[in-house]
Write a protein that binds this ligand. Sequence first.
Ligand code: SF4
Length: 543
Amino acid sequence: MELKKYHRRETVTVSIGGVPMGSSHPIRIQSMANTPASEVEAGIAQCKRIIAAGADYVRFTVPSVSDVAHLAAIHENLRREGYNTPLIADVHFNADIALKVAECVEKVRINPGNFASGTDGFRNRLLALTRICQSRGVALRIGVNHGSLAARIMDMYGDTPAGMAESAMEYLRVCHGAGFNQVVVSMKASNVGVMVAATRLVARMMDAEGMHFPLHLGVTEAGEGEDGRIKSAAGIGALLNEGLGDTIRVSLTEDPEQEIPVARKLLQFTASAFTGPQAPSSVTAEAYSKRVTREVGIIGGNHPPVVFGADDLSGADFNLVTLTLPEISEYVIRDLQEDRLAVLGYRCTCANVQAELKWLRYWLEEANCNVPVIIQLHLHEETEEDFQVSAAVALGGTLIDGFGNGLWLTNSYPLSEKVIFSAAFGILQACRARITRNDYISCPSCGRTNFDLIATTARIKAATAHLKGLKIGIMGCIVNGPGEMADADYGYVGAGKGKITLYKGREVVKRGIAEARAVDELIALIREGGDWKEPDGKNLPLN
Ligand code: SF4
């Protein structure tokens, strides 16, 4: 089979102020302000910091009709001072806000899960919005969130990638039918695999129906620090490597301007793939399908992927055969199949690592070869963050699709084993290939947040880092938080000034707790739920 060159999905150009998106325009970077919606001065100051960091667009939440005037004031002040970066209004739950705010920004984001209820209801409101957008030259984002699908969609599809894609397509068909093509689409989820699958699916569905709208990529509630960087890089990198994506947002529970350098790195590491081959489409799955391999000691079979250097493999009896792409042939694959102790140590050498690994999978599956594969990746990164982002961009798409029985990561520059192993475990965790730590689903905060989400997330992480495999949601507001952390085991959600509501699963168990004691109450809830154990100092280096 011929190796096809990297090819970016063709889209229309969407004009967003003076910064067009899609088609052959550069992949745009954006972030979102998290100042309270009514604090105009604070919003202006933060917007300037985000712009100074290099954002192409800045988004603001508009939680109420009265906040339209606040965003209009921010917009006006920035323009008066010579800042021309396009502003985007983020609207949930009230179509009237979208209709009003479209008069004063360059782009409006709506969520089909909560824009307007009923099939006719949403059509009429959406048509009204497209008319305003068309007359004012304003762009629209149909931004689907995994955690807030409409009841109608949930009844038909559940909270699946298919449900997310159909949720967007309903809205896109209305826009397309009305001749309005200044539309951007996003499929966001905190589960990286769901976000990737839904985006691949909606791209395919749009192309099949002749709609070539650009894609906005992002992993919601990705968290902070290493976890946030790795989750975003794995998900966004997987799609960019396949030629999907026209704008990205790295969503971190940190100051919004800190998202921009991470997004830049992500684009930089992905750009190196653009010169390499494209993966064969037959192994770019829309649903996770773990490759079936034989068991060799604790490698392959039903064992989770191993991390070379960190896992104890001393008692395992296997024959590691290290090969690169040019060394793979029909005969070599046959030998790997016949040697029952063989484990393929595949050393990545191509610019597009994701594509070469997908080709490897394709060739092994064509030859019915079930040899386990350890992915060896050697990087040349100078900083911890570069290493995390670069490795996650390279490996995310492959692991999300269920390929790889182990990782062997190394680096030219001296990074500690702790950093390298932690990145390896973090990537496996982000791709849900192996769970070794907790999953913190924390939102980036926005104008709806009434508590210090960054400090609270750090406190909760410090108190629970010794536990394993728990999903803990830490969300800024009760409006969107519970939906966004849908599959969390425990949830800590802002419920108005100084008040927190705690969840166990999807159920509210403690309401309106004073913020000062809410973290202790969360720990008490985890104890009551039988998920607590006392710290014993083990495993902490990798947590
Ligand atoms: S969950 Fe967080 S980011 Fe989302 S709307 Fe609420 S406060 Fe804003």
